[in-house]
Design a protein around this ligand. Sequence first.
Ligand code: ADP
Length: 642
Amino acid sequence: MAVSCIARDITESIKAKEILRLSNIYNRSLIEASLDPLVTIGHDGKITDLNTSMEYVTGYSRDELIGTDLTNYFTEPEKAREGYQEAFKEGFVSDYILEILHRNGSTTPVLFNASVFKDESGEVIGVFAAARDITERKKAEEKIQILASAVESSNDAIGTMSLSGIIASWNKGAEQVYGYSEEDILGKSVSTVAPPHLVKETIKLIELIKQGEKIHQHDTLRERKDGKIINVSITLSPVFDIHGRLTAISFISRDITERKRYEEKLRESEKKYRNIVETANEGILVIDEETRVIFANKKLAEMLGYTLEEGLGRPVWDFISEESKAIFKLNQEKRRQGIDESYELKLICKDGSSLWAITSAKSLFDDDGKFMGSLSMLTDITERKKTEEILKLKLEELARSNAELEQFAYVSSHDLQEPLRMVASYLQLLQRRYEGKLDDKADKYIHFSVEGAFRMQNLINDLLELSRVTTRAREPEPTDCELLLNQALSNLELYIKENKASVSHDPLPEVMADYTQLFQVFQNLIINGIKFHGKEAPRIHISVEKKASEWVFSVQDNGIGIDPQYSEKIFEVFKRLHKKEEYPGTGIGLAICKKIVERHGGRIWVESELGYGSTFYFALPISPGDFQKSTFSVNSNFSAKI
Ligand code: ADP
């Protein structure tokens, strides 16, 4: 029995041990299965046990952790020490915030709960600590913090109200927008900020939210604390509790007074521009990038004889004449490149007639620089075009008749020379043979006839010279005026000497000119300066001045001068201010000068006063671009006779 008793005791003890072993295994697996890092430490703060989560959160293995100081694994070791010391002292510590430091430097915010554990005798042998990862909670808290500061720093009025419209929260933005502080307004009705006539609307908006609608950017008026009425854009949203029940209403209102004012201004200016566009005397056309008409004003519709409805949306090509299509296409390309220019377009009206318009076009691009089309102002220039056309025809006619006249002058003067020479020589023969043999009257008649014939010869020679300005014209070439003048002076040497004249000149430039003709101009002007001298010996001075685009030559004399009223007349053919007995001449010299200078693209004029000498000026273009090519090409029959 005693044996059996002992045997039973042993069996019981074995059973108890087995139970303990199983229970340990069970506890261990529970500890290991926990997602929370668990750790035990002794009085010295050294780790005595831990679970896998603790290894995971620190990055160290169990073997590395056991026996080391627990405080090593926190960002704030001191705080950690204080924590476990408190646990030893008080028996427990709860919700103690710490940050576990991973071996790679990363951190995990945790909430520690720790309590002491004792041996069988009841003596405290260590602290058991369990940490809870609060990263998510921290993140959520931060998010709330950010949201809260966003709300606080917003310039918009943000807040909440109860379902009966009692204001429950009010941010800084709301204080600014409405002028009420949080203290002023919390607990008051939202209609406090509504102008009296809009109180009902405020209540209606709340009702709509309750019915499940959303109020998004509703523009209305509100009254500030200082009584000022402002424009606001309000968004109201329902606020639900975790059970999905509507508990409050949030509001965001933005002060849009400035925007409204700006919009109003914009509307006004748009109206103004629309008025300008509609009352403009020019046609205004906007086409898109595919050359479709997207806008036209009344004037344009009128110009083309269409109604606006008929024109809008149509390809602009429908209104452009065949002959202008190429230039329009070219210009469209320029618009795409952002080049704005004016050009002439021939348009086709509804009745088939055509209209010429000068078109000033402007390219249109969107904010991203994409080509959107163009805007054009069209001015009707049909009348001007007609006049230009007539003028062109008239000019052509004039040039033709001028050419004919020149031909006539040339042919007649050239062909008259021969018979005249015959008349003159026979008259001279008569004079020589019969002078003094007939009576006095006959002598006188013969004398007059000879003189007349000579004068006529001179006239015809000069006329021929005049027509040769065009018939014998040569292309302009670099001409050294200094050289040219010296040659003219040596040509006139005898004449200068006979008249006791002196001719001086400034340094002269090289110009583009027909040498022979410019020679003629200088010679004619110098001869005149000497010929029309007064009592004093003639003094001629030639100078030149370089202007922006021309050389201005001057030939100054100290002669009898010219009454300014004749300063233009004297350049006409045969126009003379004196009798041939006073001063010989035919009155063609200056006409020749004028014709030559004008042929060179220049001009000639005189400045003078009777009795005080004259200065003849002539200007020649520096660049020979304006040089007029001879329009008179001599008929081969005539040129053969030259
Ligand atoms: P012409 O010398 O043969 O008379 P021009 O055509 O050269 O013809 O000149 C026309 C007229 O202009 C002259 O008859 C003269 O009356 C006036 N005239 C021209 N040059 C001068 C001058 N340097 N001084 C005064 N009068 C001049």
